[in-house]
Design a protein around this ligand. Structure first.
Ligand code: AMP
Length: 396
């Protein structure tokens, strides 16, 4: 079965065509600057990459260009659209309405729209992506896979905030958590590796990328996670502040004469390791600057590892133990210094790391030594494959 996986942003569209039997990527690519001008980068596996500047006034035209490339007589990978058996859409926010992936119907689209308020930048774009694909492939079954769904198993004590209860009832203010597709994919693989797919298990997944979150997974279910009502909460990230005292918002607004929206923009886009270091949000740049003696880059890296170790510690307490920990995403898969810095805080758990194994990048590997009391792994995430698998499970 060929599954077309679509991830729509407000001005972008990432896609992969995946053969779900072999789990191989047949082609992948990206449409950028939708609604501005338009640029398509298409990578058919085993063929030359195609880059085209083409007018993309809207998402429908972007999808249309992608489908043209997929079926192009030379650069294409399929003969015609009948070779696309299903479409899997990444949807950012499912609120409390979706605890798992669903086949997309008109009612489902309405329910996603009702969550727009909770993710005003993302859900409308996701819905536009669905409509664009439906218009061009009306007969093809489509599935919605939510970033929030995996975390719907969190207990009330973990997801409620210490606010008046009616704010939860009236406005749905609570912790939702994100990166759910990745946390689900990596935790399933980790449980497979440690042979605890069906038994009692306690694992912690560290998704460390430009956006970062850590999740406590007990018996295969998310029981707590570091992102909250929005992805701004929790860890210090590339440009996001992570958790701060909420009173700081008012204080910045007063000092800088900013509106709340402007302060939120600072917390989302000018903070995190970039804001602290003044260097970059990219950990490769931070490592280089730190090596050259840049103290703010060094403190940004220290803060990142410290906060991550604090979350891991709190989740060990929440679950009363941990069997294994996995690192994933850009930093988690590639940055051995960050992994080492985090694990150095975890000696009290009896964790010891094999430095040689930790030098490996971007591959599934066990980092912990044989005698480490807790197993530590790198497990590359693959959100597109996870979406393809969910899609096949529902319409295959
Ligand atoms: P992500 O958001 O998952 O793409 O992660 C982005 C972060 O991962 C950046 O801070 C990069 O420094 C880091 N990263 C991604 N790829 C690599 C790589 N090959 N080597 C080192 N760091 C990487």
């Amino acid at each position: 079965m060929n599954v077309f996986v679509v991830n729509c942003g407000s001005s972008s569209l990432k896609y992969q065509l995946i053969n779900s039997d072999t789990e191989e990527v047949i082609a992948k690519g990206l449409c950028e600057r939708i609604g501005i001008d338009g640029r398509l980068t298409h990578k058919p596996t085993g063929k030359e990459q195609v880059v085209k500047e083409v007018a993309m006034p809207d998402h429908k035209s972007a999808v249309s260009y992608v489908l043209e490339e997929l079926t192009d007589p030379t650069a294409g990978v399929i003969k015609d659209l009948s070779e696309i058996d299903a479409v899997g859409h990444r949807i950012v926010h499912g609120g409390e309405k979706f605890a798992q992936s669903v086949v997309i119907t008109d009612d489902v689209m309405k329910a996603i729209e009702e969550c727009n308020d909770l993710a005003p930048l993302h859900n409308p774009a996701n819905l536009i992506g669905i409509s664009a694909c439906k218009a061009l492939m009306p007969e093809v079954p489509m599935v919605a896979v939510f970033d929030t769904a995996f975390h719907q198993t969190m207990p009330k004590k973990a997801y409620l905030y210490g606010l008046p209860y009616e704010y939860y009832e009236d406005y749905k203010i609570r912790k939702y958590g994100f990166h759910g597709t990745s946390h689900s994919f990596v935790s399933k693989r980790l449980l497979q590796i440690i042979g605890k797919e069906n038994g009692d298990s306690k694992v912690i997944i560290c998704h460390l990328g430009n956006g970062s979150s850590i999740t406590a997974v007990q018996n295969g279910k998310s029981v707590d996670t570091s992102m909250g009502f929005t992805p701004l909460d929790g860890l210090i990230m590339g440009t996001r502040s992570g958790s701060i005292d909420p009173a700081v918002v008012q204080y910045i607004a007063g000092k800088k004469d900013y509106t709340i929206d402007e302060v939120l923009n600072v917390l989302n886009k000018q903070s995190g390791v970039e804001g602290i270091s003044g260097v970059s949000s990219d950990f490769r740049d931070l490592d280089a600057a730190s090596m050259e003696g840049n103290e703010r880059a060094t403190v940004a890296l220290d803060m990142f590892a410290y906060r991550a170790a604090q979350y891991i510690g709190s989740y060990v307490a929440a679950m009363n133990g941990v069997d294994a920990i996995a690192f994933t995403a850009g930093i988690g898969e590639n940055n051995f210094k960050v992994r080492k810095a985090i694990c150095d805080y975890l000696g009290y758990l009896g964790i010891t790391i094999d430095e040689q194994a930790n030098a490996v990048r971007g591959e599934e590997i066990r980092l912990s030594t044989e005698d480490s009391k807790v197993a530590v792994y790198v497990i590359p995430t693959n959100e597109e494959l996870a979406i393809a698998r969910e899609t096949v499970a529902l319409v295959g």
